[in-house]
Write a protein that binds this ligand. Structure first.
Ligand SMILES: Cc1ncc(COP(=O)(O)O)c(C=O)c1O
Length: 525
């Protein structure tokens, strides 16, 4: 048997030099010059890529890029930062999707605040972990201050608490876990009896992460009951009231009502005060998913749109959407911090009970994660350098721009626009007299893919009442109305070209996502 204390290969003459070389890649007091030089070189590369990007993406196909990535031999290091960055340019940097570019208008990705990038560099260099005080010290206190700051903005009282998470999906999952445990405590019935009867009520326009959370929490696949929305894609309180009654009559237990403050497609904000009234009356947990609309907490002119959010039991806020933070940065905030006990488990090596009794501030007691990034530092430095007001001004600007885009598209007979958004999305459909709806669906999907393949712009698509639509999500204040008008022209050209293609005998209803050779896999510049 090998003695684990003995050196593995004591006679290997190379070992000492390999070890010495390996150590030069670790950050310590002897390598700070290398650290400075390597980071500076990396930052310089990124700065050049950002400065030179003349389009939001190159439209490269997964197949083309995959051949470059696959060709890299991970067992043969380049041993040199410049060479590694050259290679990275080929496999990633050159063909990345640039969210800072004004013609990236697809998903909820934002250009990032420079102080947050500084935070990113600091937090990864020191590598603090937010699970326990003995791995984080000031980092824990900074996160706690930011949770308190967010809770105050929400309007919660002194009992509020929360924790940073990896994103809205995790924040929603944790909120529903807490709600489920609170309900189980109240019901007092065995878990296996109660779980199949548990339901979550959310509008039809709510986020799919809630469905995933329900499954992870052991609820039935159909446990999330969709509450109908009005023409503005807001949950209808009367419909919610009916659903709550139906649940009671059927003997179902409502874990939570999930109200959305900023639906992903329409930016619609559910009527929070009315929903809060109904939840209070029924004694049901109210979770507000403000992953997108959370940015209104710092808006100068629109924070009133979140009226009623202070009556929630829990709130999701994604700083990596509307606070211009790099991924990941999100928080779950609860009105009564005591409920976070449902996320607590104890390990002798990490957070034993005696630590809790001595009030050692261990964030792991509140989190689903153990080792956890100090993402809060990015928001901290952003607030300390930039301040909340400037963040709010940036968000307000994109909301205004979305209004302009909505008017532009509404005045264009080639398009139909769906309801105006109180936030920053615009959902629209290309239309053409005489074309059947399937053909238009095909044209719309083709236009989106052709646009991205050309690299001229990136927009999203979604379905509204079963029909394909295009979606602009504005989060870049540098996007102008001219940028949007330019993309709209390109979209009309691609859609029209698809419908009237000479090789098309009649209107084509081909759906790229269901054909065997989707056009996205082919560069069509
Ligand atoms: C309303 C809403 N909730 C939750 C999420 C999930 O957030 P994340 O992608 O950060 O997990 C999103 C993402 O777009 C969202 O729009």
């Amino acid at each position: 048997m090998v003695d684990p204390r003995s050196p593995s290969t004591p006679s290997d003459p190379d070992l000492a030099s390999v070890r010495a070389a390996a150590r030069t890649h670790l950050l310590h007091e002897g390598t700070v010059d290398r650290y400075r030089q390597v980071l500076a070189e990396g930052i310089d590369r990124v700065a050049r890529v950002v400065a030179d990007a003349d389009r939001p993406c190159t439209g490269i196909s997964p197949g083309e890029l995959n051949s470059l990535v696959s060709a890299v031999d991970l067992d043969r290091p380049l041993g040199d930062t410049t060479a590694a960055l050259d290679e990275l340019a080929d496999v990633y940097l050159r063909d990345a999707v640039y969210f800072h570019h004004p013609r990236y208008l697809a998903h909820l990705n934002c250009p990032v605040a420079i102080p947050a990038l500084l935070g990113e560099a600091v937090l990864s260099a020191l590598n603090s972990s937010l699970d326990t005080w003995d791995q984080s010290a000031g980092a824990t206190l900074i996160e706690r201050r930011l949770v308190d700051w967010t809770a105050r903005r929400i309007g919660f009282g002194d009992a509020a608490d929360g924790v940073f998470t990896s994103g809205g999906t995790q924040s929603n999952l944790q909120a529903l876990l807490l709600a489920r445990e609170e309900l189980l405590d109240r019901l007092g019935s065995p878990r296996h009896d109660a779980l199949p009867r548990m339901r979550i009520l959310m509008s039809e326009a709510g986020h799919f992460s809630v469905h995933k959370a329900a499954r992870l929490l052991g609820l039935r696949r159909d446990a999330v009951l969709p509450v109908p929305v009005d023409q503005s894609w807001r949950m209808m309180p009367a419909a919610l009231a009916r659903e709550l009654v139906r649940c009671r009559e059927r003997g179902e237990h409502v874990v939570a009502v999930v109200a959305t403050a900023g639906t992903t497609d329409f930016g619609s904000i559910d009527p929070l005060p009315e929903i809060a009234d109904l939840c209070a009356e029924a004694g049901v947990w109210l979770h507000v998913d403000a992953a997108y609309g959370g940015g209104l907490l710092v808006s100068r002119t629109r924070s009133h749109l979140l009226a009623g959010i202070d009556r929630a039991d829990s709130v999701t806020v994604d700083f990596h959407k509307t606070f211009f933070q790099p991924v990941s940065s999100s928080a779950l905030v609860v009105g009564d911090g005591a409920v976070l006990r449902h996320a607590t488990d104890r390990a002798d090596y990490l957070n034993p009970r005696w630590m809790a009794e001595r009030e050692v501030p261990n964030q792991v007691d509140k989190s689903l994660q153990t080792t956890r990034r100090f993402d809060a530092l990015k928001l901290w430095l952003t607030l300390r350098v930039t301040g909340p007001e400037q963040l709010g001004v940036l968000f307000d600007e994109v909301v205004e721009r979305a209004g302009e885009a909505w008017r532009l598209l509404g005045a264009d007979p080639r398009f139909e626009v769906v309801t105006p958004s109180p936030l920053s999305t615009v959902v629209f459909r290309y239309v053409e007299d005489g074309a059947d709806q399937e053909a238009l669906d095909g044209a719309i999907l083709h236009a989106r893919e052709a646009l991205a393949a050309s690299g001229s712009g990136v927009v999203a698509s979604t379905r509204v009442h079963g029909r394909h639509h295009l979606k602009l999500t504005l989060l870049n204040p540098r996007t102008t109305v001219e940028d949007i008008a330019h993309l709209v022209e390109l979209i009309a050209e691609h859609a029209g070209g698809y419908l009237f293609a000479p090789d098309t005998a009649k209107w084509r209803a081909e759906c790229p996502s269901t054909t065997s050779s989707p056009s996205a896999w082919v560069r069509t510049t």
